[in-house]
Design a protein around this ligand. Structure first.
Ligand SMILES: [Zn+2]
Length: 244
């Protein structure tokens, strides 16, 4: 959706590249970091599997009714708040490694946030429908905006551009409130892993390596969205100036 905006104008704006590049490079670096940290720490053995670690932490938190299921795919691990289920990828579910217990504990961290009504999670969940609606509408509204602009109706164009920006801003808001949720899940994971003796204090850096890399992907994604939003706002301001 991002690059397409300027294809509509028939040229590519190199200023956009300036805004998008830092986030894009960081995202590429984070992707590489996640897969390298994950495969490295998958070699460091743990005392139990990801599923066993998840069960132990959940039970200790009084969350015996939260179930743990296996789900297909690689790094597809997540917590489903609507059905109260922690879903772990096969490698995490049955792997006896620092990667497996770290990721499993992170997902359990989300289950604990949910049970304790951790406020950033509550806000994030409330923001989901608005963000997905806003994200879907943004591309349509911007397409309409550029249609008007190309037809020489700049006034209508700028109205639709502004509406598109508002839609896009809703997705950026979601990404921003998601950051504390992710950081908190990882910090809970580390505390729980050590306090239940699943890993020792000296093994903590191994788990941190995987979780920090995963956190960086969220930071990169958010940075790139914020920069895109700033770019759109500058374009809108420039258009409004031109129109007087
Ligand atoms: Zn998470």
């Amino acid at each position: 959706m991002i690059g397409f905006a300027y294809i509509g104008f028939g040229y590519f704006d190199f200023k956009y590249l300036l805004f998008a590049l830092p986030g894009l490079l960081l995202a590429m670096y984070a992707q590489w970091k996640v897969s390298s940290a994950y495969s490295q720490m998958a070699q460091v053995p743990a005392r139990m599997s990801g599923a066993q670690a998840a069960r132990r932490i959940l039970d200790a938190a009084g969350l015996e009714d939260v179930e743990i299921e296996q789900v297909g795919g690689h790094l597809s691990d997540h917590y489903d708040p609507s059905s109260k289920v922690v879903r772990l990828s096969p490698e995490v579910y049955s792997g006896y490694s620092m990667s497996s217990v770290g990721i499993a504990a992170h997902e359990v961290g989300h289950a604990i946030q949910d049970a304790r009504h951790y406020s950033p999670l509550v806000i994030r969940n409330l923001a989901v429908p608005a963000a997905s609606f806003g994200g879907n509408m943004a591309s349509i509204l911007m397409m309409i905006a550029f249609g008007f602009i190309m037809a020489g109706m700049a006034k209508f164009g700028s109205i639709f551009l502004l509406l598109g920006i508002v839609g896009f801003a809703l997705t950026v808001f979601f990404q921003l409130v998601n950051l504390p949720v992710e950081f908190d899940a990882s910090s809970r994971a580390k505390t729980e892993l050590v306090s239940h003796g699943i890993i020792s204090g000296s093994e903590l850096p191994y788990v941190s390596k995987v979780l920090n890399a995963a956190a960086l992907t969220y930071v990169a994604g958010t940075l790139s969205s914020v920069m895109t939003l700033v770019y759109y706002l500058m374009q809108y301001a420039a258009m409004s100036d031109r129109d007087g």
